[in-house]
Design a protein around this ligand. Sequence first.
Ligand SMILES: [Zn+2]
Length: 445
Amino acid sequence: MKITFHGGVKEITGSNFLIEKGGEKILVDCGLFQEENVCDRENLTPFPFKAKEISSVFITHAHLDHIGRLPKLIAEGFNGYIYSTLPTKDIAREILLDCQRVITDNCSDPRIEKIYTLENVEKVFDRWRTLNYHEKFKTNNFNVEFFDAGHILGSSFIRINNTVFSGDLGNLAEDLHKNPEPLPEVDYLVLESTYGDENHENLANREEILENILEYTIRNNNILIVPAFALERSQEIIFSIRRFIKNKKIPNVKIFFDSPLAQRISTIYGKYLDYLNPKFRQLFSELSTIEDDDFKVVRTKEDEKEMFLASPPKIILSSSGMLSGGKILRIIKEYIPFQNTTILFVGYQAEGSLGRKILDGATEIMVEGEQLPVRAKILTLFSFSAHIDQAGILSWLYPKRKRLKSVFLVHGDEKSKKILKLKIMDELAIRTIIPDTNQVFIVEN
Ligand SMILES: [Zn+2]
């Protein structure tokens, strides 16, 4: 069996692996490059293989950096089938349609608009089939099985013959998602390494820290702004806040959920409760999908007006998570110049993003041509990350350290991969390889 590492190799985004055996060619993931934004030039480069020759694509989960080039695959003549779990397919539809809108509105290059037509997005779903976790699926040359990766709703790691493709693995906190299932008996592992070089601080007491921040906000009549990704982080944070209120750990407070996409995804979460941590299923459906006087989804201009006019204390959740565009910029403009505002970052802030500038201590920022002083209090709580950390990866590998012949590290920056490689070799004595883009490996079958 031959594996070629085509994307998500030198960079975190753009996951794309080609697997070949007996003349059959399949892919694991087909993600968008988003190093700068969705209009990234790299997304225009033709695939280094013939899309027509690919018979199946197996999708680990519905994040854009794992599914975003599927419309391009269709545009280049792909005529096979796409496979994932059922929730992944439902979420992918929301994510790809949203991406199509963003590209149409923001990317000036007509070539990318030509790839990302609504028609191509619809064709993706004509060719999409679903599999359950542990359903045994066979093609001519491959035995395929999906396992719960615990990263976002429906996320999977996938076993293909004697190799596991990890996709993204969830963290080991007690949260909405289950923990990743144990690694099965395989010889080879293609492993994500987003947090290969660090451990999440405060993983055990992150709820307590969030509770303290909320209490401070309410007690001091402040405004708390949480920039959060629409998929997964928003659901976790909203669920935590509403649970604190229900359990009377914090007083009632007005919450504005300024992301219709995130709310649509919450509805999908509510549809697949069986996929969530059994401990929280019932409570999630009561708290996160139903609006009331204190929990408002901002959909219209009128709703937005209400959000801005509501007197503090109030909590506003909006996307994008890195302040790289979208509705949150208006909120930042309105509130960042004031000391009674707190901005809480709960996710990764890429180099060059507005979020990173604020985190790095900028005292003034430019938002849509307007210069603004930063007087808000800036806090972080990265233990809400959806990714496993270094200690988690090592404990996931440990029981299979004698069986594994090689681990290939992908989906991480250079530093993170190098540090994780040393750790795996030192502590577990497993051969560990950092592949180059387009590098080919033959694995025994
Ligand atoms: Zn992901």
